[in-house]
Design a protein around this ligand. Sequence first.
Ligand SMILES: [Zn+2]
Length: 381
Amino acid sequence: MKFCKLCVFPDTKPDLTFNEHGVCSACQFAARKKATIDWEARKKELLAIVDRFRSRNGYYDCIVPVSGGKDSTFQVWYMKYKLGMNPLAVHFEPTCRTELGLKNLKALRNLGVDLISWDKNPHVYRAMGLEAFKRVGDHEWPNHIGIFTVPVITAVKFKIPLLIWGENSQSEYGGPASAQDSNILNRRWLEEFGGLLGNRIYDMIGVDGITEKDVIPYLYPSDKELEEVGVTGLFLGHYIPWDARSQIEVVKEFGWSPKSDGPVEGTYGNHENLDESTYYIHDYLKYVKFGFGRATDHAGIDIRNGRITREEACKLVREHDGRYPKEHLKAFLEFYKMSKSEFDKVIDSYTNKKIFKRRSDGSFEREADGSLIKLYHPDNV
Ligand SMILES: [Zn+2]
């Protein structure tokens, strides 16, 4: 593994590229953003777009897809209080909701908005999650689809054409150049960058008796339906500088809370992935496949925003990245009705043999708590 000279991102990260100075595409884009983007002009552009969609009759004039997390709460706040819009918040229920997640979701209404929560059929969701866990190594697959389709379905049905998404993950985490500065989230973006791993919803028909009528919330509306309403999905992060840590201060005033008893499993922060108690398994799978976890993601962003040094980041990554899951594993095994040995077997089948230490018989060597031993670190290359 090779790591970026400025941040801690590795070359095993999908879609990440490096220049001749060993700097990753996420850092290059962040520097370009600071140096060349005229944020005043972008904000004017946003205002002009929003004015086109502004309701003249008091009806909702945009949909904000919300998880109840800091970003989506901020998006609602920005649309309502900074731009004077009348947003409708739309939520898709996560795999295993946490109490804190539910509290934050409910608190979002304190911003003075209506909220639609689309709660899933747990049997269908579980069957798809389990299948995706084995098939593509990601049980969160139905969630990735649901969070992107349910708001678009609502946009079509309620005839509210404008959707306001948050930051483009491709600019935050370093995707292909063409996608980094994209302002639009559409079907193509979802299929390419939404984490679907090449598995389509129709590939799930027949799994555990799933039929077409079971997957309604996961079907992206047709082009004809989208055109009729004029559905337009924008990344707010394209128009305003995105700094999660300062946005947290805004949303706290409306009752949003971070985790109060220490960091979220798998990273050093206490402000992300609070709504879901199996999410770390998704991050852990990323770790075993590519050798980096959520702490690497967060440290990269914190370095680029000048909040920590690379040296500090290396320490945080060593300490938090890819520890064998505990708390989230318990929730996962309960929800998916799976034994730990079955779980380990699937995880091992996705574990990268070149990145982790193995014994002479080929099996993975582990620390006392079950954590894998990584051969490469951003501070030793
Ligand atoms: Zn970098």
